[in-house]
Design a protein around this ligand. Structure first.
Ligand code: KG4
Ligand code: ZN
Length: 345
């Protein structure tokens, strides 16, 4: 591999991580596995459309990619010549978004003559638990809950991840975003629902879907919230306005119950008591509180990333790249982005 001998002689390994799979443009510099900078630009434009518009997402990535790169390098006090490799999200994600980050990564890798390292976005979310202390040891169980995915993953090693349960329809983040849209909240509704839920009580009951195996389903919740609201609005047109906090608390409570029901089963089935959560929804205060209380009852040791590392970020991509780097696993220059990229591929 290119320049590898010279690079391995250097004391510190300095990697640039690049993430652009959805609507966040993020870059991070990692020095010997320690985050030196992590800069994330979130595209606010999607809020007014109620969801991510793929065409806008790729255009905004193109605008942001250079300024975010310059800021990440400046914050880490890093120069181009210092970089030893480029770790980049190859998938899964939106093709138009992925292609911007990947092209930028290929350009840097070719011009600097340093390795390109592809990283699976979902594996990186799991590895966000290993960015800083306290870190779980292997094996641990990770509940990855984001806008696009909901998965239960047994993590035996950096490159040995087994999905033992997943959503069959909507992801947990989508459940927050779609029910939030019914309440008139701005996209993405998860963070706002979290804040409003804190001011209310879960007095409205919605069905908690309980799947037989370790899979999840959230589409029933969205439908039941829709019918419930249609019913109540007939009697009281201000129902949502008058009960917004309690509605948020009730929906959040239901999503958290669904998530934790399967997590408990997964821990019992695998016998694993080191439990981590990752992905955007792992920032949810109701979920974090519930998992902490379950930890006390079940003797779990729980791990939750700092907020900055819950939602999409390049530090987790750089971390995924670092473990491949140490094994000398590099990518060809002509790899293409993958909209679908299951864990382990
Ligand atoms: O991991 P992420 O940044 O992007 C994906 O890979 O999807 O997750 C974004 C999702 C959105 O659905 C957003 O509503 C949700 O994470 N989210 C939250 C919170 N913060 C972000 N959901 C509930 N409570 C939060 N505090
Ligand atoms: Zn993500």
């Amino acid at each position: 591999m290119r320049k590898l001998d010279q690079i391995l002689e250097k004391k510190a390994v300095i990697l640039l991580g690049i993430e652009s799979s959805c609507d966040d443009t993020s870059m991070a510099v990692l020095v010997d596995g320690v985050v030196a900078s992590n800069v994330t630009y979130n595209q606010a434009i999607h809020a007014k459309y109620g969801g991510v518009i793929p065409e806008w997402a790729s255009r905004k990535h193109m605008e942001a990619v250079v300024p975010v790169f310059e800021e990440a390098m400046k914050n880490a006090n890093c120069q181009l010549k210092d970089l030893d490799g480029i770790a980049v999200t190859r998938g899964p994600g939106l093709m138009g978004s992925l292609v911007v980050g990947l092209c930028f990564a290929k350009g840097l890798s070719l011009s600097l003559d340093i390795p390109l390292i592809e990283v699976n976005h979902l594996e990186a979310h799991v590895l966000s638990l290993l960015i800083e202390d306290p870190r779980p040891s292997f094996p641990f169980l990770c509940l990855t809950v984001s806008g696009g995915h909901t998965q239960l993953v047994v993590v035996k090693d950096y490159d040995q991840l087994e999905v033992i349960g997943k959503t069959l329809d909507d992801a947990a983040g989508e459940a927050f975003d779609k029910t939030g849209k019914l309440l008139g909240l701005t996209y993405p509704a998860g963070p706002e629902m979290d804040k409003l839920a804190d001011l209310g009580q879960p007095i409205f009951k919605f069905p908690v879907s309980k799947m037989k195996e370790l899979d999840y389903s959230f589409s029933g919740l969205k439908t039941s919230v829709l019918y419930f609201l249609q019913d109540r609005l007939k009697e009281d047109p201000s129902f949502i306005h008058n009960h917004l906090n309690d509605l948020c608390a009730s929906i959040q409570h239901t999503i958290v119950e669904i998530l934790c029901h399967q997590l408990l089963k997964a821990s019992a089935q695998t016998g694993i008591k080191q439990i981590g959560i990752a992905g955007g929804v792992s920032a949810n205060s109701g979920l974090r509180k519930k998992i902490r209380s379950l930890a006390e009852i079940n003797g779990w040791e729980v791990f939750m990333p700092r907020m900055e590392y819950c939602t999409d970020n390049a530090a987790m991509i750089a971390m995924g790249g670092y473990h491949k780097w140490k094994k000398g696993i590099f990518s060809e220059d002509d790899i293409e982005p993958l909209a679908r990229m299951p864990i382990g591929t």
